[in-house]
Design a protein around this ligand. Structure first.
Ligand SMILES: [Zn+2]
Ligand SMILES: [Zn+2]
Length: 645
């Protein structure tokens, strides 16, 4: 017998050579029916692989990310089998799982494949799935592996095998399809109950544009039909919320080929939105003891040689700007930190001044390939809500706490209620990969872990994910339709203080090295606005809405009164516009609804006579008649409540 320790600490005894499925059956048949794979001593394996030694084991189901990825990778095999049966002679590249589903790169030879063929392939996949084909693992020698795929005539697999070491090669056979694969896979294809092929695209073999372009087919599978339905509904909803579409419809931002790819132009409404965000964060930061600084958009090449950014980004970034004077070279600023280090260095500091917190909405420029650009989420010029905290090693914990206060305040204000936090620490096996003393690393890592624990943050700890210069904490949010977005980060840095020779005078009158903390709760203004648009579908919270109210005079006769209302509301700092087109009121209401303006104020004879407005709320309807003063107060108290003044 061997002892298997489960995640809850309980120990089960099973016969040597039993597998994870046998163990699941010991617990319950119901559980066994849902097991897709197993994690044994940290490694995901087939649930059917025999176990010969004591181990720590986690049963993986559809509810575990690794269960999903095993299912999706196994689905790639199944799709390949279906395609091989329908299109004999095609050749296969690679077929991995991805964040949502899987793909397979295929050389279709003379066959012409388009989305029109999807339903035929999907039907075949489901037909094969019903056969409950098992995924049979087989270890093969390199010679046998090469022999198999030479006979099959698949040069892509042959090339992959050439790069593998003899003794480490495995095949998996399911139904009539044999693939070179290291696994793991689900027990059988019967788990796959619903499939949707989502996209066909070209993909160069091994990502090399000098090599052959294969056809990449993307798909996704589910263990239940209704999960596929829900997924397709989510995709439809995502299309409606696409920030590139809404950004245009709501007049927030645009792009111009003439200005350049990946360089957003903020339109007046977008600029108002962005200004509100900046003012909000500036106020929060001022309360938290940050001081504003302003730095230029370019910096001398030597600045980036000192910071190390030149060595790291110099080659694959924008080329240096040369001045008419010989030997002068400048770079577009890829990061604000080097500039802030020089601000710190501009005067001597005593420990009594620390922590020092410099904040700047700093615009940076980074080269991205044109194919990688996407709306506001991947751009070449963007503004970070950046700040750098210079503190002593002992202050890291309280500074982290302070930054998390700001981050949480922001998430509440924007209705991000589902936050995922990741703490990235050193790889304890390889301390040599990191700079900075062991003592300081331990101090920082413990501080971060303690903060997370004390605040009851449900943080995932990842070892080996830290940057070489310090540990960090990343924040991801789940939006209203369940998608994950990476937002802000807090990062400890021992490297730049070293490189810029930053010092402060300690209580002992000696020079000491401060620690630097980089933090940007929004990440960048561009990315944050994109996420916000998709999260709220363009229905911004009242305090952010570029136009908070629109006045709709029912005819030209009431234009003067409308302007009087506008003036009064502007005095109360309520962002208001008038729809003075000679359209019917019904049409004006419909258009205001489409523009997602929170309040519509209808004015006619009755309103003018009583000095009032008839209020309609976006998406809700009639709220009745208000005096102008009462309406202004209603709006302002609503705004104050939303951002906790
Ligand atoms: Zn596989
Ligand atoms: Zn920085």
């Amino acid at each position: 017998m061997i002892n298997i320790t489960l995640p809850d600490g309980s120990v089960k005894q099973v016969f040597k050579g039993s597998n994870a499925l046998d163990l699941a059956r010991q617990i319950s048949e119901g559980l066994a029916r849902n097991v897709l794979a197993a994690k044994v001593n940290g490694k995901v394996i087939d649930a059917t692989l025999p176990l010969y030694e004591d181990a720590h084991l986690t049963l993986l189901t559809w509810n575990d990310p690794e269960g999903k990825s095993t299912m999706w990778h196994s689905s790639a095999h199944l799709m390949a089998e279906a395609i091989e049966l329908l299109y004999p002679g095609v050749k296969f590249g690679i077929g991995p799982d991805i964040e949502n589903g899987f793909y397979y790169d295929i050389d279709f030879g003379d066959y012409d494949i388009s989305e029109k063929d999807f339903s035929k392939i999907e039907k075949k996949i489901l037909e094969l799935a019903k056969e409950k084909q098992t995924y049979q693992r087989k270890e093969v020698s390199k010679a046998d592996a090469l022999d198999y795929f030479s006979k099959k005539g698949d040069e892509y697999k042959l090339e992959l095998i050439q790069d593998l070491e003899d003794g480490q090669i495995t095949f998996y056979k399911s139904g009539q399809f044999t693939d070179l694969c290291r696994g793991p896979h689900i027990p059988n294809t019967g788990f796959i109950k619903a499939v949707k092929l989502t996209k066909v695209a070209g993909a160069y073999w091994r990502g090399d544009e000098n090599r052959k372009q294969l056809t990449r087919i993307y798909g996704i599978t589910f263990p239940k039909k209704k999960e596929l339905t829900a997924y397709l509904e989510m995709l439809e909803e995502a299309k409606k919320r696409d920030h590139r579409v809404l950004g245009k419809e709501l007049g927030l931002f645009t792009f111009s080929q003439k200005v350049g790819l990946g360089l957003p132009l903020w339109l007046p409404r977008g600029a108002v939105l962005r200004e509100q965000l900046e003012q909000y964060l500036k106020r929060v930061q001022k309360e938290a003891g940050y001081e504003p600084v302003i730095t230029p958009h370019i910096g001398n090449v030597n600045l980036y040689k000192t910071s190390g950014h030149y060595q790291k980004y110099g080659e694959e970034s924008f080329k240096p700007i040369k001045t008419p004077v010989e030997g002068e070279e400048f770079f577009l600023k890829p990061m604000n930190c080097p500039h802030h280090c020089e601000i710190f260095n501009s005067s001597p500091h005593s420990y009594k001044e620390l922590p020092i917190r410099y904040a700047e909405f700093g615009t940076v420029y980074r080269y991205e390939q044109s194919g990688e650009l996407h709306g506001l989420t991947r751009v070449r010029g963007f503004t970070q809500d950046d700040a750098h905290i210079f503190c002593t090693p002992d202050q890291i914990k309280s500074e982290f706490n302070g930054v998390i206060d700001i981050v949480q305040q922001i998430f509440t204000a924007f209705n991000f209620n589902d936050v995922i936090i990741q703490i990235s620490l050193r790889d304890p096996q390889h301390p040599e990969k990191y700079i900075g003393s062991d003592e300081n690393w331990e101090k920082a890592e413990n501080a971060i872990k303690e903060v997370a624990e004390e605040r009851g943050l449900n943080a995932i700890v990842e070892y080996g994910e830290a940057a070489f210069y310090g540990p960090k904490m990343d924040f991801m949010v789940r939006d209203a339709i369940g998608r994950k977005w990476q937002l802000g980060t807090i990062q400890v840095d021992y490297n730049l203080p070293e490189r810029f020779d930053l010092t402060y005078i300690g209580a002992d009158n000696e020079k000491h090295r401060p620690v630097m903390i980089h933090r940007a709760p929004f990440g960048s203004m561009e990315r944050f606005v994109a996420v916000l648009i998709e999260h709220c579908g363009g229905n911004f919270p009242l305090w952010l809405s570029p136009d908070q109210a629109i006045i709709l005079p029912i005819s030209e006769k009431y234009q003067n009164y409308a302007e009087k209302v506008l003036l009064l509301l502007k005095k109360h700092e309520i962002r208001t516009v008038i729809d003075d087109r000679s359209e019917k009121t019904g049409r004006k209401i419909r258009d205001a609804e489409l523009k997602k303006i929170p309040y519509m104020l209808i004015v006619g004879e009755k309103e003018e006579a009583s000095g009032s407005v008839s209020v309609r709320k976006h998406g809700e309807g009639d709220l009745g008649t208000f005096s102008i003063e009462d309406f202004a107060q209603k709006i302002n108290s609503e705004v104050n409540k939303l951002i906790n003044y």
